[in-house]
Design a protein around this ligand. Structure first.
Ligand code: AVJ
Length: 310
């Protein structure tokens, strides 16, 4: 991945803020993506398998709500098993449009989708999906656009940013448009904390790899062994706060910028928001969507929701 000045200045700005922070997008270099895949296979990390089960158990109803000749616009590169389950069953799709900021990642996964689903008009778009972008024109005129946003990635965004993202989705969905979204739910804090503090330490490695990524690709010099993983669920706000805690008073640099960090001081690396059904519906309503259907697992750990423009 080519390093841009705007990324460096974004990282420097975050590390100059109080509390120090680095965007979760810097988790995902090649090693980070492998570690995330390993997280999804942990017994404690209920999100991925539960969402996949919900998709499989309700696929006929999901397909009928999407309808025929839709254009499916996935926010994210769409390499997941959940996307494949959906594409296997959506036999009459006008187009499949995966949208991702990483050109490399997007084209590799679009090629894989094309070879698996040669009958589907796959039209990848390189864009930052947190801002409005132009949609391609499929060969077949779509009846409607359905935005697909699996994985509870919406949980990474704080309330105002989540609202903004829902408004972008509302715009991209257009007239008669819909949204199919995976949303993680509030539940017993022990279940949530276990999902982000797994017993084999993969999540800790995933979190710490962010520093290694910055060392490898952004000219940083973090002493990774002097930081430790931390993840705590704040049940008042309904979010997991994921941080890297400094084990000592130390200094690190990124290019020409030096930073001091104290013993016990945190770098915020990620929020993972958990919603109530009412809380998510209220936010969606404010962005112009109405919840039409909610599918859940028997334990109500996770939800897949279908919304239309209200
Ligand atoms: C990819 C944002 C949905 O919040 O659960 C997993 C990322 N971080 N373990 C999540 C993550 C630590 C994940 N999302």
């Amino acid at each position: 991945m080519a390093v841009s000045d705007s990324e460096i200045s974004e990282i420097v700005t975050g590390l100059s803020a109080k509390p120090k922070q680095i965007s979760p997008k810097y988790f995902y270099d090649e090693r980070g993506s492998q570690l995330f895949d390993a997280i999804t296979e942990l017994p404690e990390y209920y999100l991925t398998n539960t969402e996949l089960g919900i998709m499989r158990d309700n696929i006929d109803e999901i397909v009928s709500m999407v309808g025929k000749q839709a254009s499916l616009i996935e926010f994210g590169s769409g390499s997941s098993l959940k996307t494949r389950v959906l594409l296997q069953h959506l036999s009459e799709l006008a187009a499949y449009v995966p949208v991702d900021i990483s050109d490399e990642h997007l084209h590799a996964s679009a090629e894989a989708i094309r070879s698996e689903f040669p009958h589907i008009d796959t039209l990848p778009v390189v864009a930052d999906f947190t801002k409005q972008f132009d949609l391609p024109t499929p060969m077949v005129m779509p009846v409607r656009n359905v935005v697909y946003f699996p994985g509870s990635t919406i949980g990474n965004f704080e309330h105002d940013l989540a609202m903004e993202l829902l408004r972008v989705m509302h715009h991209e969905a257009g007239k008669n448009g819909a949204l199919l979204i995976g949303v993680d739910l509030q539940k017993d804090p022990e279940i949530i904390e276990a999902a982000y503090n797994d017993s084999v330490g993969v999540t800790a490695e995933f979190n710490l790899n962010m520093l290694q990524h910055l060392n490898r690709d952004y000219g940083a010099n973090f002493d990774v062994s002097e930081f430790e993983h931390s993840a705590n669920y704040d049940s008042d706000i309904g979010r997991v706060v994921i941080e890297l805690i400094s084990r000592t008073d130390q200094t690190f640099e990124i290019g020409d910028n030096a930073f001091d960090i104290g013993d016990g001081e945190a770098i915020l690396t990620e929020y993972s928001h958990k919603y109530t059904l009412d809380g998510f519906a209220a936010m969606a309503k404010a962005a112009g969507f109405a919840v039409r259907k909610v599918w859940m697992d028997a334990d109500q750990l996770f939800s897949v929701q279908f919304l239309t423009r209200s």
